[in-house]
Ligand binder design. Structure first.
Ligand code: BGN
Length: 278
């Protein structure tokens, strides 16, 4: 358990929750792909979710304090599907969690920098010890795929339907990853310079390896995901160059040099929304 969980147990006289709750072998219903705004509003009340999309078990103290960071723009329908599926999923895993949606206001999309912003902003709200950096279009199929941090950084989405449930290459570290706060700090987060599609996840992989860590993955049968359909992004032309020179910037480009402007923060019923100008 994290030091914080132990402290809370002492204060609250509640027991610690199991590290991995029982009953996760069952699978969850399929994501409902026709979620309406009405469904979303009612879900928050029905599931006792705190404003801003946060929740924790009431009967015990979760050992996992997890910030789930979703970079976002222009995918509202996918976000609804994601949220209405993920809240029940995360609750069954007995996590103390909050979902952050980090929306980029303008310019070429910068997934990695949005992750850095989510990290920095989440820590202002709560001392999360575990971070999950997650695309909005990925739906985990197995409840046994714990949304918590392992000792080593974990590539979570290693078995995705669109890749016919195969890992395309060994170094792939995209889609959804789980990493401890102190490890993320150690690798200086993501690079901030990857605008457009591709490469930022490969650079993040190099950062982790460079700091002497090794990735882990759950077995393919557990790490199974469905990707929601969307049009293909155009890969950026700079991605090869940025990736090649990446190593020179590990220490000088990341959370320690992060600059951004928060335009709006709203605590919506199912998520904390942060609109940012990068
Ligand atoms: C790779 C991309 C990743 C992406 C995976 C899976 C690059 C860098 C130049 C080699 N990497 O090719 O960013 O997550 O495909 O789609 O484009």
């Amino acid at each position: 358990p994290s030091p914080r969980a132990i402290a809370v147990v002492k204060e609250s006289a509640k027991p610690l929750c199991l590290l991995i709750p029982n009953g996760l072998e069952t699978s969850l219903h399929h994501p409902n792909e026709s979620v309406t705004e009405y469904d979303i509003k009612h879900l928050a009340r029905r599931l006792n979710i705190e404003e801003g999309g946060a929740w924790q078990p009431s009967e015990c103290v979760s050992q996992h304090q997890v910030a789930i960071i979703i970079p976002f723009r222009n995918r509202t329908v996918q976000l609804w599907i994601f949220l209405s599926y993920m809240h029940p999923f995360l609750q069954k895993q007995m996590l103390n969690y909050r979902i952050f949606v980090i929306e980029q206001m303008k310019g070429a999309f910068n997934r990695a920098k949005l992750f850095n912003v989510g990290y920095a902003e989440a820590l202002k709200i709560f001392p999360y010890h575990c971070f999950i950096f997650h695309d909005v279009d990925l739906i985990p199929q197995k409840l046994s795929n714990m949304y918590a941090c392992t000792r080593q950084p974990r590539h979570m989405s290693s078995s995705v339907n669109t890749f016919r449930y195969n890992l395309p290459y060994k170094e792939l570290f995209g889609g959804a990853v789980a990493i401890l706060q102190k490890q993320f700090e150690l690798v200086n987060g993501f690079s901030n310079i990857f605008y457009g599609w591709g490469g930022e996840d490969d650079d993040f992989h190099s950062r982790v390896i460079n700091r002497g860590m090794t990735l882990c993955r759950f077995p393919p049968d557990v790490a199974r995901y469905t990707m929601l359909a969307h049009s293909k992004e155009l890969p950026s032309e700079n991605r090869f160059m940025n990736l090649k020179s990446g190593r020179d910037r590990f220490a000088t480009d990341g959370v320690n040099t992060l600059q951004y402007t928060i335009m709006k923060v709203v605590y919506y019923p199912l998520y904390t929304w942060i609109l940012v100008d990068l």
